[in-house]
Design a binder for this molecule. Structure first.
Ligand SMILES: [Mn+2]
Length: 296
C-alpha cells in the first residue's frame, strides 16, 4: 500500500501521495484566509491537501455592526466546491452553535446575533433560506482527517469525562445531521479542552492515533504544545500559524513541530519552537532528530 495517505473519518477522502497544509481557527479573518491560500498554492501542487476550520464568528463587522464572517464561511464552501477532493473543512463548535441556535457570547458580544445581523444586511428577507443552506453545509463538514501514520487532525479532542461514552461510530457517518445536539460525541469532541496526558492517551487509543493536531484553544504565540501528543495551532490573528507537512513518513511530535510555519513570514517560528521541541524531547526522552527537508 502507498505510504502517504489521509483518511477522512466520516467518508470521502482517500489520497495516495503529497503533502497537507493544516490551518487553525480562522474566525472571520479573510485577510489570513487569502494569505493561507497563497501559502498553500493548491493550483500549482496537485497532490497537496488543505485542511481548514472555524470560519464563523469574529473578524470585522459591517458599519451597521453585522458580523461579516459569513463571507468567509461561504469562501470555504466555494474553495471546497473548487477542490472537492483536496480541501477539507473540519467541523468546529462555532459551526454547531450556529446550526443549533446555541448562544455564544465573547467579550460581551452576542456572536449569533451579530452573525444573524450580518446575514440580514446581506440577504434581507432571504436570510432564512440562506441559513438553511448553511445548516446543510455544516452537516456536510468532516469531523477529522488522519494520516496513515497516526496523525489525527480535528478541531479539538474530547474531555476525559466524556470519553467513556464517546462513540467512534461517529467517524463512519456520511453526514452530521444526527450528531448535532448538546452532549453528542461530536459535540464533546469539538468543545473539549482537556490536555491532560492521560486523557490524550485514552483518546489516542480509542481512535488509533499517535498525535493530535487541533485548534480551538487560544494560543497567544500561535501554537501550543500542551502534552506529549497534542499540537494546538491558531490562524485568526497576526501570530497565526499553520502546519505544512509531508504525508509519506511517520512523525514524532518533535518532527511535527518542525513543520510549523508562521503565516506572516512563511517561516518556522524558530526560537520559540526550538524551546517547545526541547520541552517535548525532555518529556519524551527522545534523541534529537532532523526533519528531513521541506515538503514540496
Ligand atoms: Mn472552537
Amino acid at each position: 500500500m502507498p505510504g502517504n495517505e489521509v483518511t477522512k473519518l466520516t467518508a470521502e477522502l482517500d489520497i495516495t501521495e503529497g503533502d497537507v497544509v493544516v490551518v487553525g481557527d480562522l474566525h472571520g479573518n479573510r485577510v489570513n484566509f487569502i494569505r493561507l491560500l497563497k501559502a498553500a498554492d493548491l493550483e500549482h501542487h496537485p497532490n497537496r491537501h488543505l485542511i481548514l476550520q472555524e470560519a464563523v464568528h469574529g473578524g470585522p463587522n459591517s458599519p451597521q455592526g453585522g458580523c461579516l464572517s459569513y463571507i468567509l464561511f461561504e469562501g470555504l464552501a466555494a474553495l471546497k466546491a473548487k477542490h472537492p477532493d483536496r480541501v477539507h473543512v473540519l467541523v468546529a463548535n462555532h459551526d454547531l452553535a450556529e446550526h443549533m441556535g446555541q448562544v455564544i457570547f465573547k467579550n460581551g458580544t452576542h456572536l449569533n446575533q451579530a452573525f444573524d445581523q450580518g446575514m440580514a444586511e446581506a440577504y434581507g428577507e432571504r436570510r432564512e433560506e440562506v441559513r438553511q443552506w448553511y445548516r446543510r453545509l455544516i452537516e456536510s463538514l468532516v469531523v477529522a482527517c488522519r494520516t496513515r501514520y497516526g496523525l489525527f487532525i480535528s478541531h479539538s479532542t474530547p474531555d476525559g469525562t466524556s470519553l467513556a461514552s464517546f462513540d467512534v461510530g461517529l467517524f463512519d457517518h456520511d453526514r452530521l445531521s444526527e450528531d448535532i445536539y448538546r452532549g453528542s460525541s461530536l459535540y464533546n469532541l469539538v468543545w473539549g479542552r482537556d490536555y491532560r496526558p492521560e486523557t490524550a492517551d485514552r483518546f489516542a487509543e480509542l481512535v488509533g492515533a499517535e498525535l493530535f493536531l487541533v485548534s480551538h484553544t487560544p494560543c497567544p504565540r500561535g501554537y501550543e504544545v500542551p502534552n506529549h501528543r497534542h499540537l494546538v495551532i491558531q490562524s485568526h490573528d497576526e501570530a497565526a500559524c499553520y502546519v505544512h507537512l509531508p504525508l509519506e513518513r511517520p512523525l514524532t511530535q518533535a518532527q511535527l513541530l518542525t513543520w510549523l510555519r508562521r503565516l506572516l513570514t512563511g517561516k518556522h517560528p524558530e526560537a520559540t519552537v526550538r524551546v517547545a521541541v526541547d520541552e517535548v524531547r525532555q518529556r519524551a526522552g527522545d534523541e534529537p532528530e532532523g526533519n528531513g527537508g521541506a515538503p514540496g
